[in-house]
Structure formats: C-alpha cells, structure tokens
Design a protein. Structure first.
Length: 181
C-alpha cells in the first residue's frame, strides 16, 4: 500500500468514526448534520487522485393507474412471494392473484396449472432470475403488456415471453405465450 493511499484512508476512517461518535453522543436529531459533515470532509479536494465515479444508482419509476407499472408491480411481488427462498409465501401469492386477476381468468389459470403441472403466471415450475415488463399497446378497451422472464444465470439462461392482457379496470384478464394482436 502506498503512503498517500494509506494516509487518505486513515483520515477518512477517522472522520467516519468521529461522525459516528457524534451521532451516538448527540442522539438521533444530530445524526443527519453529523453525517453531512463526515460526507463533506470525505469529499474535500485532495492532491491524491480519486477513484472513478461510481455508476448512478438504479431506479424504478411507476405511476398509479399505469398499466405497465401495474403489471410490473404484480410480477415483482408475485416472484418475491413465490421465490425459491427458505420460506416462500403461498398466502401472499394467492392474495396477489385475487387482487390482480379477474375472477374468470383465475379459474381458467387454475385449470391450465392443473393440466400442465406448472405455475400459470410464470409458465414454469420455478421462479425467474430476472424479468422485464414492456408496453405492447392498447387493444380496444384492453391493454397488452409483454413480460419477458429470464430463468437461470450466466451462460445457461432461458427466456420466456408472455403477453399479459389487462382489461380496462386494471385487472389481468389473460396471460398467453402469443400476442393477441
């Protein structure tokens, strides 16, 4: 380790430690100003070359009533509930279906699942590693949204594209592997 890096790192750690002590000593109301002073001192210009700027944080934007947001919210929450974690939440997955799917489609989906032995929302027996939701346009009083599910990782991935038909009252009326267009 060179001296310049070591000295800069040490002063940054001291500033962070000082800010932490101040935050604890002064209570929660002083926490934000103490953190701001630590950040300001850590960002002070130095003669030592700094690291390249980090990439901007990722963000997701949604709006109530937007059909693409609604489908993205459903798939995100559904995948989290069904996830292959230690404790999948079947009750939440059922509640999400009841909230987002039309009653008629929920019945047809249950029949499809019984026949195919797979989750009808995901069209698979497991959960995807990633998903993308894209607007596919209006269709009369309905709207079609394309959902691309990516299963696996690295070199062994498989993508499934689904077409989600949302009725005018923002409920999912169909999920198919072909566009209704």
């Amino acid at each position: 380790m060179n001296r310049k890096f070591s000295a800069r790192r040490g002063s940054g750690l001291r500033a962070a430690a000082t800010g932490l002590v101040l935050a604890v000593a002064l209570g929660a109301s002083a926490q934000l100003p103490a953190q701001a002073s630590v950040n300001a001192s850590a960002k002070a210009p130095t003669a030592v070359a700094s690291k390249p700027a980090a990439a901007a944080p990722k963000s997701v934007t949604g709006t109530p009533g937007n059909v693409v947001t609604r489908v993205a919210d459903f798939y995100g929450a559904y995948i989290d509930a069904k996830g292959d974690y230690a404790d999948p939440d079947a009750a939440l997955a059922t509640a999400l279906r009841k909230h987002y799917l039309t009653p008629d489609f929920a019945k047809r989906l249950a029949a499809w699942e019984k026949k195919n032995g797979a989750d009808g929302v995901l069209r698979a027996q497991n959960v995807p590693a990633r998903w993308t939701v894209t607007d596919n346009g209006s269709m009369g009083h309905s709207h079609e949204v394309a959902v691309t599910l990516t299963y696996g990782s690295g070199r062994t991935t498989q993508k499934i594209k689904l077409f989600v038909l949302v009725e005018r009252y923002d409920r999912i009326a169909d999920i198919a592997t072909r566009s209704a267009r």
